[in-house]
Design a protein around this ligand. Structure first.
Ligand code: ADE
Length: 227
């Protein structure tokens, strides 16, 4: 898979993809992540990428020209499954969307900034608009990092233990059961006896029950249509 991210603040995305599973996935050739500075595509002599909104109002708007140039430059080299725009008014990102995106070959993610992009970019160049939650960020870069992280870990080969993505919270609309490690007792705080029993069937039943109880208590909304 190849992910191209378009941003006016590439510095914000310097670190998130250089560690842990995301780094390994890139090193192993499972995914390529390319961050592009939209300014590099501006024909303005000052590399301007924004302008005042028609009819006034606070905040600058990202202009069409450098964004279109960047997207055309990428599209000339390969086909893209989706050109995603990060915006607080997009559809809310979730595990299902992450699963879907993890099956794509190539995607572009355009990070919104300032007051957002000229609406014509959204009308003509964007295929999907995604928000990571009902709150407003300074820009779409953090949203892009969140999405890329959750997508890449799902690509086969990204994780050393491939089954572990399947047992994530939300994968079956249930939260994950609690986990424990050594020591079995700490300050008198004990690991549930059953986990030390070595009885796989009982352990799995326990995990399932805990996952249900936890979901019912913390996120009952996830159980709608599940029972
Ligand atoms: N840009 C600003 N806020 C955002 C959000 N909640 N999700 C995605 N992009 C954003």
């Amino acid at each position: 898979m190849r992910i191209d991210i378009l941003t006016v603040v590439p510095e914000l995305l310097e670190s998130p993809f250089k560690h842990s599973i995301l780094k390994r996935a890139q090193d192993n050739g499972v995914v390529e992540i390319h961050v592009h500075n939209i300014r590099d595509f501006s024909t303005d002599k000052h590399r301007k990428v924004d302008d005042y909104a028609f009819s006034g109002g606070a905040g600058m708007v990202m202009t069409i020209q450098p964004i279109e140039a960047a997207i055309n430059h990428l599209k000339a080299q390969r086909d893209y499954d989706e050109v995603i725009y990060t915006s607080p008014d997009g559809e809310i990102f979730n595990q299902q969307i992450a699963n879907q995106c993890s099956m794509y070959q190539n995607i572009i993610i355009l990070c919104g900034h300032y007051k957002g992009v000229d609406q014509r970019v959204r009308d003509h160049l964007i295929t999907r608009e995604i928000s990571i939650g009902d709150y407003v960020l300074t820009g779409g870069e953090m949203a892009a990092a969140v999405m890329v992280d959750s997508i890449v870990r799902l690509i086969p080969g990204a994780m050393s233990d491939e089954t572990s993505a399947l047992t994530d919270s939300f994968q079956d609309n249930l939260l994950s059961p609690p986990v424990y490690t050594r020591p079995a007792e700490y300050h008198g705080w004990k690991v549930p006896e059953i986990l030390l029993s070595g009885n796989d069937k009982q352990v799995n039943d326990w995990k399932e029950k805990e996952a249900w109880e936890r979901t019912k208590r913390l996120r009952p909304d996830l159980l709608k249509g599940h029972e």
